[in-house]
Design a protein around this ligand. Sequence first.
Ligand SMILES: *Cc1c(COP(=O)(O)O)cnc(C)c1O
Length: 406
Amino acid sequence: MKLPIYMDYNATTPTDPQVVEAMMPFFNEHFGNAASRQHAFGWIAEEAVENARKTIAKRINAEAKEIVFTSGATESNNLALKGVAEAYRSKGNHIITGVTEHKSVLDVCSSLERNGFRVSYIPVDEYGAVNLEQIRDAITENTILVSVMTANNEIGTLAPVAEIGRLCSERGILYHTDATQCVGKIPVEVDSMNIHLMSMSAHKLYGPKGIGALYVRSKNPRVKVTEQIGGGGHENGMRSGTLNVPAIIGFAKAIEIAIQNMSGESARVASLRDTLEHQLLAMEGTRCNGHPTQRMANNINITFPNVPADDLMMALKKDVAISSGSACSSADAAAGKISHVLRAIGINDEAGRCTVRIGIGRFTTKEEIEYAGKKIVAAAGRLQKTSPRHQIEKNSKHLTTPITTR
Ligand SMILES: *Cc1c(COP(=O)(O)O)cnc(C)c1O
């Protein structure tokens, strides 16, 4: 067993060796520019890209021309929201989203608000779930877009995507979903779920970093997005720039592997997760966050009372790599603020600072789970005993316990 054990699969995943192998020839053998129409180098690159596009499209039940390659889900979210806002401005200026969205959705929403758009932020319940009725109630005649993520990256809670899609379709509103955490892990079908735009990222599904895609529906209805990166008119005029051919090949290979093994792998991961979760929950006072059932199988978000997450991560640094939430809001963490997701599900600052995220995946073994479980329990137990707050609570308990005589 190699230490430290990686348990932060929600932040990124290692690139699968088969993916690396598929990418290799496209660095120095088939290195052509996929937009070079005049010679074989370009044709070979273009053909490989188009095959990759078909593979990715097929795996989400879309058509190849509906896949727009981007640099990752951050850019896909930017393109979806800003692109739709610009293209549909004459139809309306109202957007609906959720309070627990990824920062790349929330930040774009704030910038749209500064530019004359109105954004409704739908709250979530204690499990992090949005309520369909609240979305329905927020819709006005000016609503052009609803953006609600498929699975949350901190607590794993799933949204009722198909129901939101149906509602939006009925009301003639576009539905965008950030499916970065779940493509390749649970079935996601853009057609049957009435999804109009969908963000994905390769590095969350064992592909390379720096490549992602935005699915943009081409019929029923045909969706327009205004390009945010202009230039040569690549990607049907929706995103310019020379395509990252090796990364695109890797993305396609990654999604193929993930979806071929999806049901078996998700059962295996769920069973490992449950083993670890039980072990951690056996500690007094610990509590798991996120939905008890409607949740990704690879995620544990857990609060250890009186155990500051920073101290726990430090104590574990030689053994297990876990995180204190989202890698994407590290600015918040540096400022000592708890994540917007934990706050949204009603966790106070004190408990929030004692909360960690554990993400497991394809290369996690049973042996690693057992080792990590022991190490986390031991470290958390040690820190809990020495925490000043724990001492105070222990003493006050003694004082308030009634003295009984028999
Ligand atoms: C990781 C992640 C992103 C950002 O993806 P990048 O490809 O790293 O830009 C966006 N949304 C969610 C839900 C994520 O988990």
